[in-house]
Design a protein around this ligand. Structure first.
Ligand code: ADP
Ligand code: MG
Length: 219
């Protein structure tokens, strides 16, 4: 599903920062993996490259067989929207839209009719055990519920891959376990390929493979 070959990235500046160093990484379809490392080790940079949210300097990145390199912004957005669902630490929900509207939003951008969007969004909310929260605003939901809404939103376009950046970073340990349980079920029952970036060993333990990154290098 994912193959990185000798990926390097440097942030330019008065003192350039060589943040990813010869990264080689291979994630198979159906894997549940974590990328673990300390703060500042380059995890988010790596995930942003995997998610085609950022570019790399040298090397090759293949996503589901497609070389992700020198893409125009439109090509990158198209590939991203078709292949990838994102989950973030801070949920990134729209505060004035209810749970159902938040989950349905990616389909709005795909031009799906309101009726169909709402049916599909409700299905995803039901799957997350949140049907009764559909018409609540994010501010009326707990942290764990917000993250489950965000996971429902990430799934609505039927992506091949879920990328999550510190998805439990804003949650207490009990709620973290619940959210990790959701990812585990998506992986074991639906066969979703999931890559989770985290600095939390407790999260890493709940994945099937831990990839360690130290100072921009895979260990
Ligand atoms: P992590 O997610 O593991 O905490 P990041 O990938 O966010 O690490 O950051 C790795 C290093 O790159 C850090 O030293 C950070 O300060 C630096 N960095 C991140 N983004 C940028 C940027 N846009 N410009 C310059 N430096 C950056
Ligand atoms: Mg980070």
């Amino acid at each position: 599903m994912l193959r990185l070959i000798d990926i390097n990235k440097t942030y330019p500046g008065a003192v350039p920062l060589h943040v990813l160093k010869d990264i080689n990484l291979h994630v198979e379809t159906g894997e549940l993996v974590s990328i673990m490392g300390a703060s500042g080790s380059g995890k988010s940079t790596l995930l942003n490259i995997l998610g085609i949210l950022d570019t790399y300097d040298t090397g090759e990145y293949y996503l589901d067989g497609t070389l992700v390199k020198n893409l125009s912004e439109n090509e990158a957005a198209d590939l991203r929207n078709r292949k990838i669902g994102f989950v973030f630490q801070s949920f990134n929900l729209i505060n004035y839209k209810d749970a159902l509207e938040n989950v349905a939003l990616p389909l709005f951008y795909q031009g799906v009719s309101r009726k169909k969007r709402n049916i599909l969004a409700m299905e995803q909310l039901e799957k997350m055990g949140l049907a009764d929260r559909a018409h609540h605003l994010p501010g009326e939901l707990s942290g764990g519920q917000k993250q489950r809404v965000a996971i429902a939103r990430s799934l609505i376009t039927r992506p091949a891959l879920i990328l999550a950046d510190e998805p439990t970073g804003a949650l207490d340990s009990r709620t973290s376990k619940e959210v990790m349980e959701v990812f585990r079920t998506l992986n074991t029952v639906d066969g979703m390929t999931i890559v989770i970036v985290t600095h939390d060993p407790g999260v890493g333990e709940q994945t099937n493979r831990v990839i360690r990154i130290v100072d921009g290098q895979i260990q």
